[in-house]
Design a protein. Structure first.
Length: 319
């Protein structure tokens, strides 16, 4: 690795670590500022004061906040996120995360693949048919998709494709480890509900990017060299138009994770989002903090991968 590339990689790694630390601080103290007491949530509102104090002492909740944060972040670095207080009393939080994360990752990737596939078709057709009926139809669907909340779309999909036309299950999820076809079938509606608004954003960005690149001088040069239309489109126009497209996909990952949290509740999917919501209702701070930190790391690593991919697509960025 060259010296500039090494410095750039080290700088990005440093920024990533600082962002994770800042996010951990924000999540920890935000949880401590919320109303409610994990001891009362675990023992009941009518628990005796001595039992409440013993619970707080056992789990370190009676220590100063800086001491609690230092103990938590030190354990998190070592892979120990503590133990569940109320949701699954005494179970290590890491085990809960490990059991739920594959489900959320599957649904999220499923939605991302659907969004990318839909947007590539819609954005490309709209750009190639600019000003024609196909462009108008595709653009209208994109505007409609942006306007639809994912949870509302989830209920609409259940009504039409699960209740009126029983093509897909309306509730529940089959884990990929049990049956991949079952996971693809049971995960289609939730993935589509998450993917539709993202596909609308992706397709609009791709259409605008394609139209901009089509008028660049190097495209005219490629055509003047006698290359066929499909060759010019694939190797010159689409390759350069994908840079902002890939960038917006990376930026939308945080909205993807937010959609997963909501949609998992709608469809009864036992993923990380459902775990986080249940932990919030139960005032299970270690679980909420671990889930939020996991989501943050996923977003940061995804953005890092997107930066690398954009460098590979753009020859000037590799210089």
């Amino acid at each position: 690795m060259s010296s500039p590339a090494l410095r750039r990689a080290l700088r990005r790694a440093g920024i990533l670590l600082l962002t994770v630390l800042a996010g951990a601080l924000a999540v920890f103290f935000a949880m401590k500022a919320t109303p409610g007491d994990p001891a009362l949530a675990a023992l009941g509102e009518n628990a005796r004061p001595e039992l409440v104090e013993a619970f707080r002492h056992t789990h370190g909740l009676d220590k100063p906040l800086p001491v609690q944060f230092l103990a938590w972040i030190t354990g998190a670095v070592q892979g120990d996120f503590g133990r569940s207080l109320t949701l699954a009393g005494g179970v290590p939080v890491g085990e809960l995360i490990a059991s739920r994360l594959p489900v959320t990752a599957f649904v999220g990737l499923y939605a991302l693949v659907l969004a990318a596939a839909i947007s590539l078709v819609v954005g490309t057709v709209a750009a190639l048919q600019r000003g024609k009926a196909a462009d108008t139809v595709m653009t209208s669907f994109a505007v409609l998709g942006v306007s639809m909340p994912d949870f509302w779309l989830g209920y609409v999909l259940v009504f039409f494709l699960a209740l009126n036309f029983p093509l897909f299950p309306s509730y529940g999820f089959t884990a990929p480890a049990e049956s991949l076809p079952g996971a693809l079938l049971s995960g289609f509606l939730p993935a589509l509900a998450i993917a539709a608004p993202m596909a609308a954003v992706f397709s609009r960005v791709l259409r605008a990017s394609l139209l901009e690149v089509m008028h660049r001088p190097y495209v005219q040069v490629a055509r003047s060299l006698g290359h066929s239309g499909p060759f010019v489109f694939l190797h010159t126009i689409l390759r350069n138009a994908l840079i902002p497209y890939v960038t917006i996909i990376g930026l939308q990952v945080r909205y993807l994770l937010g959609g997963v949290v909501v949609i998992e509740r709608v469809f009864g999917i036992p993923g990380l989002g459902s775990l986080m919501v249940d932990a919030a209702f139960g005032r299970d701070y270690p679980v909420i903090q671990a889930c939020a930190l996991t989501f943050l790391v996923i977003v940061l690593l995804t953005n890092l991968f997107v930066d690398f991919l954009c460098m590979r697509l753009d020859p000037k960025a590799r210089a």
